[in-house]
Every structure is written in structure tokens, then in C-alpha cells.
Write a protein that binds this ligand. Structure first.
Ligand code: HEM
Length: 400
């Protein structure tokens, strides 16, 4: 099978995936690390593969030399997205004890307050880059509150996560600096929490123990890293992509303004239609497996396209239409199976609150640049804009 060119997936993921899906269920492609991989495009195959125990997330099961991935040190790499059972079951069980629905629900009020204060700063101006001023800072404040990162220590996570998600081959030192920065920061924070526990997730994780079994030091740092990274990165772009989708569909936006209680349900369709997580974490077959009728040899890299599965018309009739009334869902935007997103409830609550507050306060929103001037981040791994300049009429300015 000849490898396909993945570059068009950045500018036009959905059109490109539509063509790939129809051409075949599985393609040879270069992965984000430039190494060869198998790209799976259809809903049923992606869903089944996400929950297939023969597909390992542990990169020690990759064929030697066939996979490069993120060059992370053990203190960041011993995380859930690089683990299979039984380690995965143990660590996830321990986190689930600390990361409870109650803890998420307790954040609803504070998230609304943070969203409000971020808008206080820009609303009267009538225009802003919504990513820099709103969608970006909100999840980082929330995740820092959740983990218990003191105010004075809130460093520039955005620069670090950007360097990891979109590594610049011209500037490899940038990625290295981000990795070292993250690691130092997290190790220091854990030491401080160990000495002075507080009412936060990190202190709970340090305390948490089950049947005498606890998290190893690497597992604890890696978990904090994963929660920071995953909890931030995808939420920013769920909000950003959702706002853009609504600006592109003014009728739908108007409907939602009339029915603000529908924002939560709308976000499910927005996440299906143009969610931030386009590829699942790479998998490595423990034995030769068949996916969509194609034999994939043990140890080769498998990329499951969530973006493509979520637009597969076999599952979602009229799949390219943004349809807030869509009945059948089962989208895979948060994954499926044992690795189903641990932060899904938090992400939903944050995005719902962010969108609700934005709609309450900013009327007549529209793009502040020509539509074709918007730029997407140069990666096939995730879908997110570099900036989202928007203008609006402010209730405050107009005296409402
Ligand atoms: C819109 C926001 C989010 C999206 C679209 C998203 C998406 C995903 C997806 C697709 C997976 C599964 C990956 C796979 O199986 O290959 C996943 C796993 C995970 N997510 Fe999220 N996520 C979001 C927000 C969050 C938040 C807010 C947190 C934490 C605060 C979080 C923490 C995690 C963790 C820890 C895992 C690994 C779970 C495991 O391996 O058992 N995510 N996420």
C-alpha cells in the first residue's frame, strides 16, 4: 500500500478524511512523528479498535525503530496514555477516587466566575482574540485550581503545551525546554504538596492509597502532567472550535441564543462536528490484527482518526451538517473503552459554562478578520486555531 500525503489534513481535515474514508477503511500514512503508520478512518473500525485489548498503548510494544513519538523522560511518560492493564487499571482506579464528580461539580460556580472576570477585561472593548483572552486562560486557571497550583506559580503552560503539540523541527530545543520546564515545575510542586497538603486533587493523589498499593513517584508526576496537559489543551480548542462553528452557522447561533439551556447538548454535536482531539493516542498491536479487512502486523503504529469517525455518514446521516437536533450520537470525541477521557465531565462543564457566559454577554458576535485569514495549528494530531479574532456589541456598552 502506498503511503498517502497527510499534509492536506491540516488545512482541510474533514474534506480529506471524507475522500480517504470512501477510498478505504485503512491507509498507510506518515504519523505526526514522520514514521510509518496505519490510519483508520471509519466509525465502526475506530470504535472497535479504541476498545480492543490487543491494541496496546504502551510504547514498549512498538517495533524497534518504527516509532519516535514524544521524547518524554520517565517522570512524565509513566502516564495513563502509555499504559495497559493491569497498571492502567490500578492507576486509573486511584485517580478516579480523587477526581470525583463531586469535585468537578464544586468547580461549576468558580468556573462561571472566572469566565465572567475574563470577559470583564475585554467585553467593553468590543473585540478580542478569543483564544488568547478567553478560551486559553479559562481552562488553565481551572486546572491549576483543581490541582492546587498556587497563584504565584502559574507559569506559561500555553507555551509549553504548544511546544509539545506542535514541535518545530527547526527549533528542537523549544520542545526540550518545555519538557524540562514541565518536569521541574511538577516535581517541585509535588514536593511542596507533600510537605503541606491542601484541599486539592494533587494533595489527594499524594494521599491516595488502595490496598497498600500507591502511585510510584514517576506515576504521580506523569499523572499530574497528563491532567495538566490533557485538561488544558483540548478544552481550549473545544471552546475555540465551537465558537467558530457557531459564527459559521449564524442561524444555529441565533437558535442557541434563544435557548441557552440547550448549550450543553449543542456542545455534544459541536464536539462531534469539529472536536479538538482528531487522532486517538497511537496504538501498537500485540499480535497481527485485522482492522477493516486489512492485516496490521504486530508492533506497527496504528492511528485511529476520531475526526474521521465522527464524520462517517454510516453512523451519522448527513454527517457534514452541523445539526443541534441530531438524535443519534455515540460520537467518539472523548474516546471509548478503558481509556475514555477521564476529564470528560470537567471538559463538558467548562465548555458549557464558557459558551453560556459568552452568549449572555456578547451580542452580535462576528469574526474580526476575513474567514480565510484564520490559521490552524500545523499538526494532524489535534484541531485548533492559532487565534480567533472576534468582535461583538457589548451589553454594557449599549447600556443593557
Ligand atoms: C474537550 C476536552 C477534551 C477532549 C476532547 C478530550 C479527549 C480525550 C480522548 C479522545 C481521550 C482518549 C485517548 C485515547 O484513548 O486514545 C482522552 C483521555 C484522557 N483525558 Fe481527555 N479530553 C478532554 C479534556 C480533558 C480534561 C479536562 C482532562 C483532565 C482534567 C482530561 C484528562 C484525560 C485523561 C487523564 C485521559 C486518559 C485516560 C486513560 O487513559 O484512562 N481530558 N481525552
Amino acid at each position: 500500500m502506498r503511503p498517502i500525503d497527510v499534509t492536506p489534513l491540516i488545512a482541510d481535515p474533514h474534506g480529506t478524511y471524507a475522500a480517504l474514508r470512501e477510498a478505504g477503511p485503512v491507509h498507510r500514512a506518515a504519523g505526526p512523528d514522520g514514521r510509518p503508520a496505519w490510519l483508520v478512518t471509519r466509525y465502526e473500525d475506530v470504535r472497535r479498535a479504541l476498545a480492543d485489548p490487543r491494541l496496546s498503548l504502551d510504547k514498549r510494544n512498538a517495533l524497534p525503530g518504527n516509532y519516535a513519538g514524544f521524547p518524554l523522560p520517565p517522570a512524565l511518560d509513566a502516564n495513563l496514555l502509555n499504559m495497559d492493564p493491569p497498571d492502567h487499571t490500578r492507576v486509573r482506579g486511584l485517580v478516579a477516587k480523587a477526581f470525583t464528580p463531586g469535585r468537578v461539580e464544586k468547580l461549576r460556580g468558580p468556573v462561571r466566575a472566572v469566565a465572567g472576570s475574563l470577559l470583564d477585561a475585554v467585553e467593553p472593548l468590543g473585540r478580542a482574540d478569543l483564544l488568547a483572552a478567553y478560551a486559553g486562560p479559562l481552562p488553565i486557571i481551572v486546572i491549576c485550581d483543581l490541582l492546587g497550583v498556587p497563584q504565584a506559580d502559574r507559569v506559561d503552560f500555553r507555551a509549553w503545551t504548544d511546544a509539545l503539540v506542535t514541535p518545530d523541527p527547526e527549533r528542537p530545543h523549544r520542545t526540550k525546554e518545555a519538557v524540562v520546564g514541565m518536569m521541574r515545575f511538577l516535581t517541585g510542586l509535588i514536593e511542596r504538596k507533600r510537605a503541606e497538603p491542601a484541599d486539592d486533587l494533587l494533595s489527594d493523589l499524594i494521599q491516595v492509597q488502595e490496598d497498600g498499593d500507591s502511585l510510584s513517584p514517576d506515576e504521580l508526576t506523569s499523572l499530574a502532567f497528563l491532567i495538566l496537559f490533557a485538561g488544558y489543551e483540548n478544552t481550549v480548542h473545544l471552546i475555540g472550535n465551537a465558537v467558530l462553528a457557531l459564527l459559521d452557522h449564524p442561524g444555529t447561533l441565533a437558535e442557541l441564543r434563544k435557548n441557552p439551556d440547550g448549550v450543553g447538548a449543542a456542545l455534544e454535536e459541536l464536539n462531534r462536528w469539529d472536536g479538538p482531539a482528531t487522532l486517538a493516542i497511537r496504538r501498537f498491536p500485540l499480535e497481527d490484527v485485522e482492522i477493516g479487512g486489512v492485516r496490521v502486523p504486530a508492533g506497527e503504529t496504528v492511528l485511529l482518526s476520531i475526526a474521521s469517525a465522527n464524520r462517517d455518514p454510516r453512523q451519522f446521516p448527513g454527517s457534514d451538517r452541523l445539526d443541534l437536533g441530531r438524535e443519534r450520537s455515540g460520537h467518539l470525541a472523548f474516546g471509548h473503552g478503558i481509556h475514555y477521557c477521564l476529564g470528560a465531565a470537567l471538559a463538558r462543564m467548562e465548555a458549557e459554562t464558557a459558551l453560556t457566559v459568552l452568549l449572555e454577554r456578547c451580542e452580535e458576535m462576528e469574526l474580526d478578520v476575513p474567514r480565510d485569514a484564520l490559521e490552524w495549528r500545523p499538526t494532524i494530531r489535534a484541531r485548533g486555531l492559532i487565534s480567533l479574532p472576534v468582535r461583538w456589541s457589548s451589553r454594557r456598552r449599549t447600556g443593557f
